[in-house]
Structure formats: structure tokens, C-alpha cells
Design a protein around this ligand. Structure first.
Ligand code: NAD
Length: 368
């Protein structure tokens, strides 16, 4: 069975879905690997490294499209790529099917079996395949280092002959995968870190990383299911915004990662709240692609509003391409070897991972 990867066409994308190391592992398992020439260059994986791993380099994406049985990608295919999809191909990529109905319909019309990497269930058995987590983890790190770079202030306390410099105050919204990595990174750089999350069970994790948890009574306005926030009432968010205003006024850096899966991101920093922030402070809104946790953030842009720099980069993992590609490729390896052997796919719909991720097959959409 031939497993292929191409050069991603999204303009701000440096990652690639298969690394030379992972190709080597797949080949050991009896698969063949085919890679578009230059696909790994922005992740610093040369064609020679793929060849050394046993993969075959093809000169164009079209050649990979026409001979791959399984095509691995990071970004959903664009129109041109959809046209190139061969009937019967298995496509493995991020798709976000819940918010991309038209795209799923277009891919389905090509008679392709589509597995979505963002639909991998967050269960312990699937942890090695959890690409959302591997990428969010790196993004949480990058968000803090970008903020540290953009801020005019140093993070750690410094005692010098000229007096003491106080540490930066970092305020983090959301203590999920990205948020926890952001806490650890900001702490390692010496900042004082405060954190808000509406899942009370995150308090212990936040404190174990050296963060201070901002507690407030959410009453019965938050519904939690399987460890995730399912719903948060507007009254809870209003109370939370009120409490956070005084913390925002003291913060030098704010990293926002709050999300409710499958929904628009909750707005936790309104324009009025930005106005109370210190001049020169920095917000990195990681939820910008889901509508943003900050009312003023713009996708892919850095804007300065009321003296505050608001960063809305939507592809932070791409800025750490070698690590992000390697981690994603390892997720793909675990996923592919779970779903298939070199003899073919198992199509075991009683398996929670297969059933959770197979979006369409044989011209039928399986996930609404
Ligand atoms: P996650 O589900 O692991 O964590 C989200 C956290 O937000 C949860 O702990 C949840 O309880 C919390 N939350 C929900 N509502 C809240 C509220 N009102 N106040 C405070 N906390 C609240 O998600 P994740 O994997 O850490 O990703 C976080 C966000 O970062 C997502 O929006 C994701 O799409 C985004 N992300 C962005 C990039 C980028 O490049 N910009 C990269 C990776 C992830």
C-alpha cells in the first residue's frame, strides 16, 4: 500500500505530514512511501533524507495524487487538490467537518474515504494519534515566546546594581493543552502567572505548574461532559469578564486559549477590557480562528488597539515546523497502523477511533 505526502499549499504552512523518520517506520511495517519533491524543505527535511529512509521522491504533487492509496495532509485540500483526488483514495487530514459542510460534500463527491485528524477522540488509547494536542502543545509554547519577544519587558525578576526589575505578569485564559504548555513556558522564563478556566478541576494542574488559579463561582452555568466544557451560560461569562478586568489591568502579557469544542470561541476580552490594560502590553489570541477570545483580534494579523498589541497568528505550529511536522507524522503513523496493515484497511466501525474519525466513504457522508 502506498502512503503519500505532498507539499502543503496553504501560504503560511511550513509543515509536512510525513517525516523521513516516520517513513522509515512505515516502510518497516510493509508500506511504501511516496513524497513530492521538496515537500519537507520548510521543515528542514531534504529529499535525500526521505530517500535514505527508503521513500520514493516524485517530481510533482499530481504524481503523488495519482499513485497514493493513502494521502496524508495537514490542511484540507483546496479546490485544485480536490479535483486531483482519485476515487478510492484514503485521505487523512485536518478537516473540521463540523464547521466545513461544503468542503466535506466536495470531497465526498470524489468517492474518497476521508479520515479527519481533528476528530480523534481524546481517549487514552488514542493519545499517540492525538494531533490536535501535539500541535496545540507546541503552539502554547510558541505563543509565549512570541509574546516575550513582542513585550518591551523582561519576564524574570532581575536584581541588579541599578535596582530590582519586577517580573512580568502573564495572564492565561484556558488551562487545556495549549494553556498548560503556556503556563509551563511562562514560568520557566520567570514570569508570574495567573490562570482562569471554568473547569474547576484544572486548578490543581495549574498550581502544580506554578500558576495562580483565579477561582470564581460558576454556579450551575457550566455544563461539563467527558472532561470538556459542553456549554457555558452568558451569565457565567459576564461574571467572569467582571472578575478578570482587574487582573487584565495588571497584566503585561495575556495568552487566550479558551474554547468550547464545536462552538465559536467565548469572548472573554471585550474592547472595554482592552482599554483598562497597560500601554505596551501584549495579547496573543490563540482562539482567533474560532472567532477569537478577544473582541479586537484579527486572523493572521498583529494589530495595536488602545496601546495594546494584539496578535492573531492562526498557524503557530507552522512556526515550529521541524518539531510540529515530526509530532504530526508520529500521530499519523500511530493512526495509520491502527486503521490498516499493508494488506489493507480494517474498516472496523465498532472501533471508537475508526467510527469517530471516518467522515465519508463510498460516496456516503457518515458524520453530519
Ligand atoms: P483545550 O480544549 O484542550 O482547552 C481549552 C480550555 O478552555 C479548556 O480547559 C476549557 O475548559 C477552557 N475554557 C472554556 N471556556 C472557558 C472560559 N470561559 N474561560 C476560561 N477557560 C475556558 O484546547 P487546546 O487544544 O488547548 O486549544 C486551545 C485553543 O487554541 C483552541 O481554540 C485551538 O483551536 C487553538 N489553537 C490555536 C493555534 C494557533 O496557531 N493559533 C494552534 C493550536 C491550537
Amino acid at each position: 500500500m502506498k502512503i503519500g505526502a505532498i507539499k502543503e499549499t496553504r501560504p503560511d504552512e511550513n509543515r509536512v505530514a510525513l517525516s523521513p523518520t516516520v517513513c522509515k517506520q512505515l516502510i518497516k511495517n510493509g508500506f511504501e512511501c511516496i513524497i513530492e519533491s521538496g515537500a519537507g524543505l520548510n521543515s528542514f527535511f531534504s529529499d535525500e533524507a526521505y530517500v535514505e529512509a527508503g521513500a520514493t521522491i516524485l517530481s510533482s504533487a499530481s504524481e503523488v495524487f495519482s499513485s497514493a492509496d493513502v494521502l496524508c495532509k495537514l490542511n484540507p485540500p483546496n479546490e485544485e487538490e480536490i479535483e486531483k483526488l482519485r476515487a478510492g483514495t484514503v485521505l487523512i487530514t485536518f478537516v473540521y467537518h463540523m464547521t466545513n459542510k461544503a468542503l466535506v460534500e466536495r470531497i465526498n463527491a470524489r468517492q474518497v474515504a476521508l479520515f479527519s485528524m481533528d476528530a480523534i477522540p481524546r481517549i487514552s488509547r488514542a493519545q499517540t494519534m492525538d494531533a490536535l494536542s501535539s500541535q496545540a502543545n507546541l503552539a502554547g509554547y510558541k505563543a509565549v515566546t512570541i509574546a516575550a519577544n513582542e513585550s518591551g519587558k523582561i519576564f524574570p525578576m532581575l536584581m541588579t546594581a541599578a535596582g530590582t526589575i519586577t517580573p512580568s505578569k502573564v495572564l492565561i485564559f484556558g488551562a487545556g493543552v495549549a494553556g498548560l504548555q503556556a503556563i509551563g513556558t511562562a514560568r520557566r522564563l520567570g514570569a508570574v502567572v495567573e490562570v482562569t478556566d471554568i473547569r474547576p478541576q484544572t486548578k490543581e494542574e495549574v498550581e502544580s505548574l506554578g500558576g495562580k488559579f483565579i477561582s470564581f463561582d460558576t454556579g450551575d452555568g457550566v455544563k461539563i461532559e467527558g472532561g470538556y466544557v459542553k456549554e457555558a451560560g452568558e451569565d457565567v461569562l459576564t461574571r467572569q469578564r467582571e472578575i478578570l478586568k482587574k487582573h487584565l489591568a495588571l497584566a503585561d502579557v495575556v495568552i487566550t486559549t479558551a474554547q468550547v469544542p464545536g462552538r465559536k470561541a467565548p469572548v472573554l476580552v471585550t474592547e472595554d477590557m482592552v482599554k483598562v490594560m497597560k500601554m505596551g502590553s501584549v495579547i496573543v489570541d490563540m482562539a482567533v480562528e474560532q472567532g477569537g477570545n478577544c473582541e479586537l483580534s484579527e486572523v493572521g494579523k498583529v494589530v495595536v488597539k488602545h496601546g495594546v498589541k494584539i496578535i492573531g497568528y492562526s498557524n503557530l505550529p507552522s512556526l515550529l515546523a521541524p518539531n510540529a511536522s515530526e509530532s504530526y507524522a508520529k500521530n499519523v503513523y500511530a493512526f495509520v497502523t491502527h486503521l490498516a496493515s499493508n494488506e489493507g484497511f480494517k474498516w472496523d466501525m465498532n472501533d471508537e477511533i475508526t467510527a469517530g474519525t471516518l467522515i465519508c466513504r463510498d460516496g456516503q457522508i457518515l458524520k453530519p
